[in-house]
Design a protein around this ligand. Structure first.
Ligand SMILES: [Zn+2]
Length: 248
């Protein structure tokens, strides 16, 4: 019994040391906890599109980035996240993943989550369900190929371009055990603005919402430039970053 306790203590210690080694800055924001998302309990999340969202506590946020990888900006986003020891989820466009597999692998190697965002970002509600499923499947295949592995339980998150879902597509994804992500709030970073304006907009929205799944785009220069300040804002405001992972 004593030996077992000792072993557990040693394991806990090595875990703490590993985390400290990963995150040398003592005042970094850090990742507060990991939330496993069961697709049966949470097939679709995000109040902008759906009635339900993730079970987050007050001041807990999930950071998500869409449309990458994009060399000019994704690496800056990764650097900002690394410097605060924060884990996020990246919803990849398949053709971008195919063009930049080394960035896809860098995202995964840094411990971030990978989600899918179709092959070419077509608005799936406008092209018919058969074509839409092709877009979804080609995107997933390209993301998995860039990651260098077969389809995996680790990449069971999906987000519709423009949040343009249809009931049959939602049913199909649910049957496959995919969690469909909407968002609870966003920075509207598809609109041109300065990083300062974007920070002001996003922080005002977060103060209103108090928590939630935040949508950003790692393809946007203004977002990459805003991110270090936004992460410091989260730290100062007592926000906690939650890293989401698929069940299984
Ligand atoms: Zn998108």
């Amino acid at each position: 019994m004593f030996g077992l306790r000792l072993a557990i203590a040693a394991l806990a210690l090595s875990g703490t040391m590993a985390m400290a080694a990963e995150c040398p800055r003592p005042d970094a924001l850090g990742t507060a906890r990991v939330l496993t998302v069961d697709p049966h309990a949470f097939p679709r999340v995000g109040l902008k599109s759906f009635p339900a969202t993730l079970p987050l506590a007050d001041h807990e946020v999930v950071l998500t980035f869409d449309d990458g990888p994009f060399p000019a900006t994704t690496n800056k986003v990764l650097a900002a996240l690394a410097s605060e020891c924060v884990r996020a989820t990246f919803f990849l466009i398949g053709q971008n993943a195919q063009a930049n597999p080394q960035i896809v692998r860098a995202i995964a190697a840094a411990g971030h989550g990978i989600g899918h965002h179709t092959w070419s970002h077509r608005i799936l509600s406008t092209i018919g369900d058969a074509k839409a499923l092709e877009e979804i499947d080609r995107g997933i295949a390209a993301d998995d190929a860039a990651l260098g592995h077969a389809p995996s339980a680790k990449t069971r998150f999906f987000r519709f371009p423009g949040f343009a879902s249809t009931p049959p597509l939602l049913a199909r994804l649910e049957a496959r055990g995919m969690v469909v992500f909407g968002a609870d709030l966003w920075a509207s970073d598809w609109n041109p603005m300065t990083p300062e304006q974007q920070l002001a907009l996003l922080t005002a929205r977060l103060e209103q919402a108090r928590k939630g799944i935040i949508l950003l785009h790692d393809t946007k220069q203004q977002t990459a430039r805003m991110l270090p300040d936004f992460l410091r804002y989260l730290k100062r405001g007592g926000y906690k970053v939650v890293h989401v992972v698929p069940a299984g």
